[in-house]
Design a protein around this ligand. Structure first.
Ligand code: AHR
Length: 499
């Protein structure tokens, strides 16, 4: 198939917020315990954190991480995780029917994140608790000294406050599964009052209010309107969550879900604009897409077993084995985030280790990178700077979730004398003959071309077998400000140009 595309140096979408490549990790399953933290593992450091896992995390260059939940946060007492480890209580975690030993709490997690250069994005419990608890937590974390909570932190060996800037006001508060589920207006009022209190303590702190748990909730998108009408002026972001799957084994429809995500972002953008106009507000609110990933391979199995276990510690929950098909899907999703980066400022892969994650850490064994590690890493490393508009003219298809889906999915970014073009050919059988004009980049030269291609759609990585990974690409050239080449079916290309 023939595809023509165009970029123009002056046609920008805008500056991408680095936090578009953030992550999320929750106290659930083996994400924390025997995930990032496993004292006694041969790779454990002095704090009990696994060096092999940390290295894989470091290579992702993650700017910020959302913690400690997720559903877990809605019944979490953060004070259980501070002070001498031997005095910490073991509690029942109602969200995941597990035992929480509290051996990792805010101070341990902050050490881990700081060592990796990752900023914290902390969620407060607005399910079983409220303003007072959120305030205490922030005081412990952010106040310098001279108060009960700040001096308690200092007595725990943390002299300096963490100065955490990003705060999430609860989690998925519309969900019937959530401890403390609320109606939109009730939650909106609580979020508003909590945000005001927290900003008294940390002026300039950024507040993320909960949108719908996903775009299939019966109250979506009325929930967003109702919540924002209560708190618009006091928050900075509204959260979106979406998990994807291909249970019907329809690859093109699966890939089409990226378009559906674009509609989701656009719809919430519209709700934001509506409430802003209605309130005659001056401030802008952006989207924090703080949970996204593929989650379906083991979902039915997990659901069948749900409730049958007797409060185990760190059970193996939601441990998806990702495929090459998922690699291509995530590559397209990252492209969509770049294209929508005018609205989406923060996005978090959910989650980071073991639980629906790009990194698997075998308990007492090796760590390895899943197939979806790579499109996330490539976007994080090379998808920063200014997003460019890309026009693509080529064959399209219709599927259950969307019409007119372009077979060739392209995004482009300019950053400090480099342009990176991300290309996915979603066609199942046909190569694309691509010609892309690059107005304003007459002297562009090819710096680097990496590709992931040639695998069975159901191929997976595993311990000692990381077959799905980028390799040097060929067949793409740049001449006189035009990029051209052959893009094989079911392939993902990262093309970096010096401009
Ligand atoms: O990431 C797993 C769970 O999915 C989170 O705890 C929750 O927020 C979402 O429903």
């Amino acid at each position: 198939m023939k595809v023509t595309a165009a970029i123009h140096r002056a046609f920008e979408i805008g500056k991408i917020d680095d936090r578009l490549y953030s992550a999320f990790i929750e106290h659930m399953g083996r994400a924390i315990y025997s995930g990032i933290y496993e004292p006694g593992h041969p790779q454990a450091d002095a704090h009990g954190f696994r060096r092999d896992v940390a290295k894989m995390v470091r290579d992702l260059n993650i700017p910020a991480i959302r913690y400690p939940g997720g559903n877990f946060v809605s019944a979490y007492n953060w004070e259980d995780g501070i002070g001498p480890k031997e005095d910490r209580p073991t509690r029942l975690d109602l969200a995941w029917r597990s035992k929480e030993t509290n051996q990792v709490g805010i101070n341990e997690f902050a050490i881990w994140a700081e060592d990796l250069g990752i900023d914290l994005m902390l969620a407060v419990n607005l399910g079983s608790r409220g303003i007072s608890d959120a305030r205490n937590f922030m005081e412990y974390v952010n106040h310098p000294s001279g108060t009960y909570w700040s001096d308690l932190r200092r007595s725990h060996g943390v002299e300096k406050p963490y100065n955490v800037k990003m705060w999430c006001l609860g989690n998925e508060m519309d969900g019937p599964w959530q401890i403390g589920q609320k109606k939109a207006s009730e939650y909106g009022q609580l979020a508003n009052q909590t945000a005001k209190a927290l900003r008294q303590l940390t002026p300039g702190a950024e507040m993320v209010v909960c949108g719908s748990s996903n775009d299939e909730m019966p109250t979506y998108p009325d929930w967003e309107r109702g919540v924002l009408e209560e708190c618009y002026e006091n928050v900075d972001y509204i959260s979106l969550h979406k998990y994807f799957g291909n249970s019907s084994r329809d690859t093109l429809n699966y890939f089409g879900k990226v378009e559906e995500t674009g509609r989701y972002i656009q719809a919430i953008g519209g709700v934001i604009d509506f409430v802003k106009a209605k309130k005659r507000a001056k401030n802008d609110i952006y989207i924090c897409f703080d949970e996204w990933n593929v989650w379906y391979h083991n979902r039915e199995e997990d659901a069948k077993n749900w409730g049958s276990w007797d409060w185990p510690e760190a059970p193996a929950l939601l441990e998806e084995d990702y495929t090459f098909e998922d690699t291509l899907f995530i590559a397209c999703l990252m492209n969509e985030f770049i294209r929508r980066s005018d609205r989406v400022k923060i996005a978090c892969i959910a989650q980071l280790v073991n639980v629906i994650a790009p990194i698997r850490a075998e308990a007492d064994g090796p760590a390895w990178r899943q197939s979806i590690y790579w499109p996330y890493q490539m976007a994080s490393l090379y998808g920063r700077g200014t997003a460019l508009r890309v026009s693509v003219d080529g064959p399209t298809y219709n599927c259950k979730v969307a019409d007119d889906v372009a077979y060739l999915d392209v995004a482009a970014v300019e950053n400090h004398g480099e342009v990176t073009v991300f290309i996915v050919n979603r066609h199942l059988t046909d190569a694309a003959d691509l010609r892309m004009s690059m107005t304003g980049y007459a002297n562009a030269t090819l710096m680097d071309h990496q590709v992931i291609e040639g695998h069975d759609l159901m191929a997976r990585n595993g311990p000692g077998n990381e077959q799905i990974a980028p390799v040097a690409g060929k067949g793409i050239g740049v001449e006189d400000g035009e990029l051209g080449g052959t893009i094989a079916p079911l392939s993902y290309h990262i093309v970096r140009l010096r401009v």
